[in-house]
Structures are given as structure tokens and as C-alpha cells.
Design a binder for this molecule. Structure first.
Ligand SMILES: NC(=O)c1ccc[n+]([C@@H]2O[C@H](COP(=O)([O-])OP(=O)(O)OC[C@H]3O[C@@H](n4cnc5c(N)ncnc54)[C@H](OP(=O)(O)O)[C@@H]3O)[C@@H](O)[C@H]2O)c1
Length: 475
């Protein structure tokens, strides 16, 4: 069986890929930025974009089953883009004789759904629109609970940070959450079940309100929390609230809050009928598993992993740092410090480890970023020590990674221009460079205004990295 997995560097895609690699199948991955997939030696990697029909047709050649895990939620006109993407995919799959599309969408009823959910439903409708030519197995999940999932991160951050919560009245809305491992089990089995035509399979575990989810999460964390739903809190206000208190940016918070107002309840019993061997674990058990993975630093994928593809392929980033007009470069000799120790220290940057000094300045920058709709510092990182190309580190994204040699971060904070931060080991030298390509006059003003702060922060940064690396060598 030859399988194409799309969205392979996304939250669900990364986990599904890992499971499929253990199955008796031949796996091909579709990624806009193939660099984010380089470590996958057991699968073919195809560069492609669902808006580039030629790349889709090449990727779908000889494929039996395709997993469709693509969405354009990060774009403003995502609804139109999602439709176009699904149409392109359906037509290319039919042309290449693909037998089945497996699509994971959202749970809910179209009439009461948020725009985000409507878009997910429309995608499913398009993918299922030619049943005589290709069969579509459309799996619909509501809130997915797992380490690194956006919904779980929101619930966890709110419960951990706020002993007393005033929430919108929608926390009383009913939902049927599901553990991420169960979602992956359904997806893996979806390639094998015998079908006649299309089916929609709604999946979820027990029915509960969002309030019960938060109380349940607090319980699993050993905390006691009080929640008071208030009818006066608007979608906008609540989204700002989530933006500040959780790692998700305003745009993601808003689409999630909009979704809270309508029930996300299973509408059919096809999960039990077609997948009798899968018994979804309880909410409590999924939460405990997610917490355990976080404590053990074993978060396999995060909601912020994806989104690196489009930027990475854009022409403006092709030249990398070479186009920067300004730079702050700090150098020092290795002076007996091993490359391995140095590499492992600078690759632990961000997240809980912080930015090697002047944490309060970084905090201020992060807060300012959140206030203007940026990613902010509290996005953190997936793993305390290891990094992957394409994943996020606070308000940066990993652009390049060469073992014991280089880490290049691209700024995703709101900044008037383009910025990178590079750590490089070159022969017996350690070089740290902040690059900046200013946009217009304001960009230039921004760079010169921050020059004294940069001087302090970056000098201190290279010094701290060297001290930490020396200590690591001495261990
Ligand atoms: N995560 C949840 O909590 C959840 C809950 C219910 C349902 N679902 C459904 O599960 C599916 C996957 O969600 P996810 O959370 O894994 O999403 P995700 O982490 O945001 O990943 C989306 C993937 O789509 C890729 N992509 C976007 N535009 C593309 C394009 N034009 N061409 C090719 N690839 C493109 C992205 O690649 P780049 O890195 O290149 O951007 C990324 O790999 C979605 O249909 C979603 O509705 C998810």
C-alpha cells in the first residue's frame, strides 16, 4: 500500500507519520518545506503545495491512499484558500487514480458552526463530492487532548495560572474531547477498513462541558480551581484574555473561542461500527498522559510546529541572511570549549531556559509582541534540549540546524523588517550574529533605537553561552 501523508510536519501529521512508519506501507510525505522532514529516512519526501497543482500530481503518482491534513487557518482568507486547496487535491487525486482520501476535520453541525469549523466542513464536503471516482473517509474530531495540542495548552495554562477564573458563558457548552493517541489510532486504521462509498466518522470520548474540562485538568494537576461563567464577556475580550494568559496568539484564540459557542457532539455511531477495536480513553486519562509527556520532556509535536512552510518557500527568504542590512556580530575563541557542549547550550535557548540573561528585557519584548498580535515569548518550545527545523522557539522559528555547527532562528515577532539570530561554530571560533533587514524608514529607526539594548543583550548572551558550555564540559 502506497500512502501520501500531507501536513506531515503539523501537529497530527508528525504523530501519524511516526505510526505509519511502523506499518507495512510505503510512505511518502508532502511538505512545503522539505527541510523540516530531513530526518525521516524511511519515507520519501516530496516538496509540494496544495495551490501548485503540478506538485500535487507528482506527489500523488502511484499513491493508493492519501491523508489530507491541510488547512490555511493562519491566513486571513482561509475559507477561500481551504476550498481551493481541497478542490485541487480532489482533482489531482482522481487524475492519479488514488483510491481513498482520509480527511481529519472538526466535529460540529454546519448551521451552528464558527467560520473556522464551517471551513473544515466545506473541505470535507468538497473532498467527498465525487464518490463515484474516489472514496472519502472523513473523520471528525472535536477538542483534541494531547501534549502540545492548542486546546490542551489553553486549558492547562489557564488552570495553572488562574486559581479563580471569570469565563464567558460558553464554558457550559457541551463537547466530546478525545485523546490524541486515539485520533491517531482511528487515522491509522482508516487505511485498512473496507468501505463502500464515502463515510463520515465522528469520534470522541465522554460528553462534558468546557468548564468540566478545566476542572478535570486542575484535578489532574493537583490544583483546586473556581470558575464563574459571566454572560458579559465577548468573543473579542475572551480572545485577548487567551492571547495574554496562554501561548496561543490572538488569531488562534479567536477561532477557538468562536467555536466554543456551539456544541461539538458526535452525530453518528460510525466509530463503533467501523472501528470496533478502538475504545477511546477517558478525558482524565488523556490529560494525565499529556501531562506525563510534558514532564518527561517527550512532547512529540506542538500546535505551533506547522506554518514554517510558506515562509520558507517565499522568494524573500531564499537568500537567507545575506540580504540583511544591519548586523550585530559577537565573536569569541572556543578556548578549549568543545563544539558539542557549545552546540547543545545554544540549542537550548528559549522556553524555560530563557535567553541567557536580561530575561526581563525579553519578557518586556514578548509582552509588547503579544499586545500587537505577535507570537510572544510564552509560546515556549516543544523540547527543552532538542530542536527541529521549522519548529517554534518562543517568538522565533528554527530556520537551519547543522549539528555542532549552526543554529539559525528567524524572528516571528512583530518587527518592522526581517530578523534572524544565528549561532555558528567556525573552526576555533564561536560567532553569534543578529541580522536585520529593515522595512522602510521606521525599520531603520527601530534598529538604531534598539542598538544600545542589543549591544547589552547580545554581549551578555555570548558570554553566558560560553560559561554554560564550559560548565557542561566540566561535568
Ligand atoms: N489539532 C487539533 O486540535 C485538531 C482538532 C480537530 C481537528 N483537527 C484537524 O486535523 C487536521 C490537521 O490539523 P493539525 O492540528 O495537525 O494542523 P497543523 O499542525 O496546523 O498543520 C497543518 C499542516 O498543513 C500544511 N499546509 C498548510 N497549507 C498547505 C498547503 N497549501 N500545501 C501543503 N501543505 C499545507 C502545513 O504545512 P506548513 O508547515 O508548510 O505550513 C502543516 O503541515 C486539520 O484538518 C484540522 O482541522 C485538528
Amino acid at each position: 500500500m502506497k500512502i501520501l501523508l500531507t501536513g506531515a510536519n503539523g501537529y497530527i501529521g508528525r504523530r501519524l507519520k511516526e505510526k505509519l512508519l511502523g506499518e507495512d506501507v510505503s510512505l511518502r510525505l508532502l511538505a512545503r518545506n522539505p527541510k523540516s522532514m530531513t530526518s525521516d529516512i524511511k519515507a520519501e519526501v516530496f516538496q509540494g503545495d496544495s495551490f501548485d497543482v503540478g506538485s500535487l500530481e507528482r506527489a500523488l503518482e502511484g499513491i493508493d491512499i492519501v491523508y489530507y491534513l491541510i488547512h490555511s487557518l493562519q491566513e486571513e482568507n482561509y475559507r477561500e484558500l481551504d476550498k481551493l486547496s481541497a478542490h485541487n487535491f480532489l482533482n489531482a487525486a482522481i487524475k492519479q487514480g488514488v483510491k481513498r482520501i482520509v480527511y481529519l476535520g472538526g466535529l460540529g453541525v454546519k448551521e451552528h458552526a464558527s467560520t473556522h469549523l464551517v471551513s473544515r466542513i466545506e473541505t470535507g464536503e468538497i473532498l467527498s463530492s465525487k464518490p463515484l471516482e474516489i472514496e472519502t473517509l472523513w473523520i471528525r474530531a472535536g477538542v483534541i487532548i494531547g501534549s502540545g495540542s492548542s486546546s490542551f495548552e489553553i486549558i492547562r495554562h489557564l488552570t495553572e495560572k488562574l486559581p479563580v477564573m471569570v469565563t464567558p458563558k460558553w464554558v457550559k457548552t457541551l463537547a466530546q474531547p478525545i485523546g490524541v493517541d486515539d485520533v491517531i489510532s482511528y487515522l491509522v486504521s482508516a487505511k485498512d477498513i473496507v468501505l463502500v462509498g464515502n463515510i463520515i466518522v465522528d469520534i470522541g470520548s465522554e460528553m462534558m462541558t468546557y468548564k468540566e474540562m478545566m476542572i478535570g485538568c486542575a484535578h489532574a494537576l493537583g490544583l483546586k480551581r473556581w470558575i464563574f461563567p459571566l454572560p458579559i464577556l465577548t468573543i473579542k475580550l475572551s480572545s485577548h484574555w487567551l492571547n495574554f494568559f496562554t501561548p496561543v496568539p490572538y488569531s488562534v484564540a479567536r477561532s477557538l473561542i468562536e467555536g466554543l459557542s456551539s456544541e461539538v457532539i458526535i452525530q453518528n455511531d460510525n466509530a463503533a461500527k467501523y472501528f470496533p477495536s478502538i475504545a477511546p480513553e477517558s478525558y482524565e486519562s488523556a490529560v494525565k498522559q499529556a501531562i506525563l509527556e510534558m514532564e518527561k520532556n517527550q512532547v512529540f509535536s506542538r500546535w505551533s510546529d506547522a506554518g514554517g512552510g510558506k515562509d520558507a518557500l517565499e522568494k524573500e527568504f531564499k537568500n537567507d541572511t545575506a540580504e540583511a542590512l544591519f548586523l550585530d556580530r559577537q565573536k569569541c575563541l572556543l578556548d578549549g570549549v568543545s563544539k558539542e557542549a557549545l552546540y547543545s547550550v545554544f540549542c537550548s535557548i528559549g522556553g524555560d531556559e530563557g535567553w541567557f540573561g536580561y530575561s526581563w528585557l525579553w519578557e518586556i519584548r514578548g509582552t509588547m509582541d503579544k499586545m500587537i498580535g505577535g507570537a510572544g515569548l510564552n509560546r515556549g518550545r516543544r523540547d527543552t534540549y532538542s530542536l527541529r527545523v521549522g519548529e517554534s522557539v518562543d517568538f522565533w522559528r528554527v530556520e537551519d540546524l547543522k549539528k555542532n555547527e549552526r543554529l539559525l532562528l528567524r524572528a516571528q515577532m512583530k518587527v518592522p523588517g526581517k530578523a534572524w539570530l544565528e549561532f555558528r561554530i567556525k573552526e576555533d571560533e564561536f560567532i553569534q550574529t543578529a541580522y536585520f533587514y529593515p522595512k522602510g524608514l521606521f525599520g531603520r529607526f527601530y534598529w538604531f533605537l534598539l542598538a544600545p539594548i542589543h549591544y547589552l543583550v547580545f554581549q551578555d548572551m555570548i558570554r553566558s553561552i560560553m560559561i554554560k558550555a564550559k560548565k557542561l564540559d566540566e561535568l
